[in-house]
Design a protein around this ligand. Sequence first.
Ligand code: GAL
Length: 434
Amino acid sequence: MRSTRRSLAARLTAAGAGLVLLLPAAACSAGDDDTGAARVEVFTWWAEGGEKAGLDALVSRFTADCPGQQFTDGVVAGGAGINAKQVLTARLAQDDPPDTFQVHAGAELTEHIDAGQVQDLTAEYDTWGLRQALPEGLVDDLTVNGKIYSVPANVHRANVVWINPQVLSDAGIHTTPKTITAFLRDLEKLRKSGIESPLALGRDWTQLMLLEAVLISKLGAEKFSGLFSGETSWSSSAVSAGVRDFAKLVSYSNADRDSMDWPDAERLLIDGKAGYQVMGDWEAADLEAKGFKAYDWFTFPGNGDVFQWLADSFVLAEGAPNPDGTKCWLKTVASAEGQGVFNAAKGSIPARTDAAGTGSASTAGFSSYQQSAMEDWKTATPVPSCAHGSACSQAWQNAVNSALSAYSTTHQNATTLHKALVAAATQFIKQERE
Ligand code: GAL
């Protein structure tokens, strides 16, 4: 169980006035619509491709499960919630909460709990039998001072490399690299074959995913997790070697990375302009939704059997205009049926152990990638993700993203980046201990 920490307001920078432009139309009104149906505003960043397909599947289930309730889409586009989280911060500060919002299990959720922005769902967990249906470790990660405040919809894996097999085979690459050195060799081979930017990469948070995968290889699961709990030093030579490897990997990526979201980088892979992309496993569903079925994947070189996890969950916001309708939404998210249809489309795996695709239940409708992820999740070593809120606070993630952005856009050297990472860790670990 986690203990409470200091308030979100103190950690997050105030959202700028420009954000008002990003507010979705749904933010302006809530409650009943013209037809008298009660509306539930669901705030996510699932705007397109496999992500929207997942949300749509959940909405169909909600519509069937919750007569008299109507879904209102509070979506704000931008991978990993990079825009949505800023809009949410602004809305919560203005006492204009959506009924429910998407939030990652772990450190990110804890910040909302500490700030009193989400309601206690412990009684619903008992009524809906969720303590038995969800893995114990996940329930533990969601629990603060004995109470549970969110319903997890899925489990995603972050440390995956997606490939365009045709591009690799055209360059004579037929094996999976097992080490970062071998990966760099293959990237060089691809470049020599005429693929100028063989590693498709996007903006800050996608670079953080790459950095985290490298650090898992350099440190192993336990020490990697310790980077965020304060037990592993960021100043070590292993971390600095990781940062240097990260820098080498970035040098094989597209120069316009800082202006790209993950689907833009994914497009380079689909179009054969790159051979590899490091991205979470929402990419499998997205590639399928975009009709590119000829993809393949491998766990990031050197990560062994480490499963870097993250989980999307939904909360009942404090001050939600329609709490009863929202509970019905949450019950759908929590249900075995809801998790079955949602995850099949979203590319993740159900958080419940009794939903479709898990235990002895049928895996029909799940891609072969998802079936392998389900197997791995049972046996692999889990580590959390900073880019997706399970390992670090939002403020820490923002600081690391800024350091990466500065590195990438101003062509700093690896030593400068390492120093910025050490400074961020020192500041946030100290704050968490206070
Ligand atoms: C993650 C989220 C995933 C997926 C991804 C890309 O933070 O947990 O469900 O949406 O961002 O946008």
